[in-house]
Each structure stands twice: as structure tokens, then as C-alpha cells.
Ligand binder design. Structure first.
Ligand code: XMP
Length: 311
């Protein structure tokens, strides 16, 4: 791909589509929505409103990090606080697709309101080729692939969707980010799913359980950062396992699975051969810093037959 040409073509296309209208972009902090937002900002500047929906399912310190990183790029980000709505929608749900559906509907409700308030008619989204392929194949319904799952954004939600990077896989998106002069830290970021930590929390998603998986994810990311792997994170299992206190008393505790994969485009993936010392450090830190955890496992499964995330 000629990234410069791609950027020029997409900028032209976004300008032509939006005209003198207003567009809105929902930034998640992931590479795809970050690159899409910068692309749209270059195309239409102040006609673009950028919102970050704080759904309560983000990585540690994410809203503050996103706001300041984008301020450095000249993009003003409005934070929409909506954690309560997402947790209310997810309450009691344990089926993976039910959770995805609840997330998607809440996302479009909250975002739909932000769109109506902004008077924008165009929604700029960071859907990539892998999202579309997986949804078409029925592997899972990505929250951002409306057309593919039979929802008309125009009829259902009242806006037109623009997806400038939908023909690219992740490496292409990163290349476009670099061409746009975005900081390395942002372009090289690990993929992070739209439904956030809800994809890493088996069983019920609630604030307490999300706090556990968020802390564990932060530890895994910190301990693997220098290895520059495709994706590394923690997952909270639905059940509990027996543990023992230092005083020798039996107790039930949470189970965390550590996932670290090598992949090029997220369509296939292999478990990374992490050094034992790294795995042990992760294990020690998780049980120490997240006291409810009694067991830490390392996931060895490739995709296929597994997927990268857990729901
Ligand atoms: P799976 O779990 O299907 O994930 O192997 C493939 C890649 O996609 C990310 N992922 C998502 N990204 N919305 C997104 O924007 C989603 O609903 C979603 N589900 C999974 C996942 O992190 C991996 O990089």
C-alpha cells in the first residue's frame, strides 16, 4: 500500500462526503479509532467533534491519557461519562453475545445522544477489515459493524457512517498513523476491543469485577511492554478456585488467565513463548496487587481454534 496516497484519497473522500456538514468521531484509545480520528481531523478540522465515551470498561487511566495525547495532536476530545449506563445494561448478563449486544445498544444510545447534541449527521468509525470479516463469518458481532449485522445506522440511529480504514488490516492502519505523523506510542499500541474490558471478564460484568481485571491487565501490559507483542492482557474467569491463606486457611479466590499472542492481522494468532521469569513476575504481581486472586494461568491456545479475546 502507498500510505501517502491512501491518506490523500481518504481525506478527499471524507471532505466530499461531509461537505459543509458536521461529523463526530468516537475515540476509544485504540489504534483504529485513533488513526481514523486524526484522518478525519486532517480532512475537516473543526467540523469534526471528537468524543471519548467513558463506558467504565477502559484500561487504567485511559480517559486522561487519551485527552492529553490528542490535545498534543491539536484535537480537542470531549469525555462523555456513561459508565453507569453500561453497567446497568450489562447487569446479570453472562452470555457472550448478550453482553456484546448490551454493549452495542448502550454504545449507540449514548453515542446517538452525543451525535444529536452535536447536530452531526456523519459518524466516523474505525472499523477495520478484520472486524468485517469476523462479523461476516459469524465468529462474533463486533459492536462497530452495523451494516454487516443488518442494522441501518441511518434508519436505526439517524446518522451516516464513514469508515475510512475499513479496507485495511492492523499493520496498514499503523502505517497510515505513522504517515500522519502520530506518536509512536499511539501507532504501536496494542489492539483494544471496542467493548473494552467486558471482553476480558467472563461471567457478570460489574464495577468490582472490572476493577480486578483492569488492574491485572495493567500489570500484564507493563511487564510485557518491552517485548512489543501483538497483544497482551489478563482475563477474569467466571468461577472461583480454592486457595489458601498464609495462615493455612482455605479460601476461594478469583482466577486470572494471562493472554499474550503473536499475530500479524488478528485473524490467526499463536501464544507467545514468554520467558519464564516474565510469567513468574506477572504471577507474583497479580496475586500481590489484586488480593482477591488466588490462581494465575497462562493461555497457550492458538487462534484457531481459540479467539484472542474471551467473548
Ligand atoms: P478475536 O477475539 O476475535 O479478536 O480473536 C480479534 C481482534 O479484534 C479485537 N476485538 C475487537 N475489536 N471490537 C473491536 O473493535 C470488538 O468487538 C472486538 N472483539 C475483538 C481483539 O482485541 C483482537 O485484536
Amino acid at each position: 500500500m502507498d500510505a501517502r496516497k491512501f491518506v490523500r484519497r481518504q481525506i478527499r473522500e471524507i471532505r466530499r462526503t461531509v461537505g459543509k456538514g458536521k461529523a463526530i468521531s468516537a475515540l476509544s484509545g485504540g489504534v483504529d479509532s485513533a488513526v481514523t480520528t486524526v484522518l478525519a481531523h486532517r480532512a475537516i478540522g473543526k467540523q469534526l467533534k471528537v468524543v471519548f465515551i467513558d463506558d467504565g470498561l477502559m484500561r487504567q487511566d485511559e480517559p486522561r491519557w487519551v485527552k492529553s495525547t490528542f490535545a498534543d495532536l491539536g484535537v480537542n476530545v470531549t469525555i462523555v461519562r456513561a459508565a453507569k449506563q453500561f453497567f446497568a445494561a450489562l447487569k446479570g448478563k453472562t452470555d457472550p453475545e448478550d453482553k456484546r449486544k448490551a454493549f452495542r445498544h448502550t454504545f449507540y444510545k449514548v453515542f446517538g445522544k452525543a451525535v444529536r447534541d452535536s447536530k452531526a449527521h456523519f459518524l466516523v468509525q474505525g472499523t477495520i477489515k478484520a472486524d468485517i470479516l469476523e462479523t461476516k463469518k459469524g465468529v462474533k458481532t463486533q459492536h462497530n459493524v452495523l451494516d454487516q449485522i443488518g442494522i441501518s445506522a441511518k434508519r436505526g440511529y439517524g446518522f451516516t457512517v464513514i469508515e475510512p480504514v475499513k479496507t485495511l488490516f492492523k499493520p496498514g492502519v499503523r502505517q497510515v498513523g505513522r504517515t500522519l505523523g502520530m506518536p509512536k506510542e499511539l501507532c504501536e499500541r496494542m489492539p483494544f476491543p471496542g467493548p473494552g474490558l467486558a471482553t476480558r471478564c467472563l461471567g457478570e460484568v460489574n464495577p468490582k469485577r472490572i476493577a480486578i481485571v483492569r488492574k491485572a491487565c495493567a500489570i500484564v501490559e507493563e511487564e510485557t511492554r518491552r517485548l512489543k507483542k501483538f497483544q497482551a492482557f489478563a482475563v477474569l474467569m467466571a468461577d472461583q478456585a480454592t486457595g489458601v491463606t498464609e495462615g493455612g486457611r482455605r479460601r476461594f479466590g478469583d482466577i486470572i488467565a494471562v493472554r499474550c499472542v503473536d499475530s500479524k492481522n488478528a485473524i490467526t494468532a499463536k501464544a507467545t513463548k514468554l520467558p519464564w521469569t516474565v510469567l513468574m513476575r506477572i504471577q507474583r504481581r497479580i496475586v500481590k496487587e489484586v488480593p482477591s486472586v488466588t490462581k494465575v494461568l497462562y493461555d497457550l491456545s492458538p487462534k484457531p481454534p481459540s479467539t484472542i479475546e474471551y467473548i
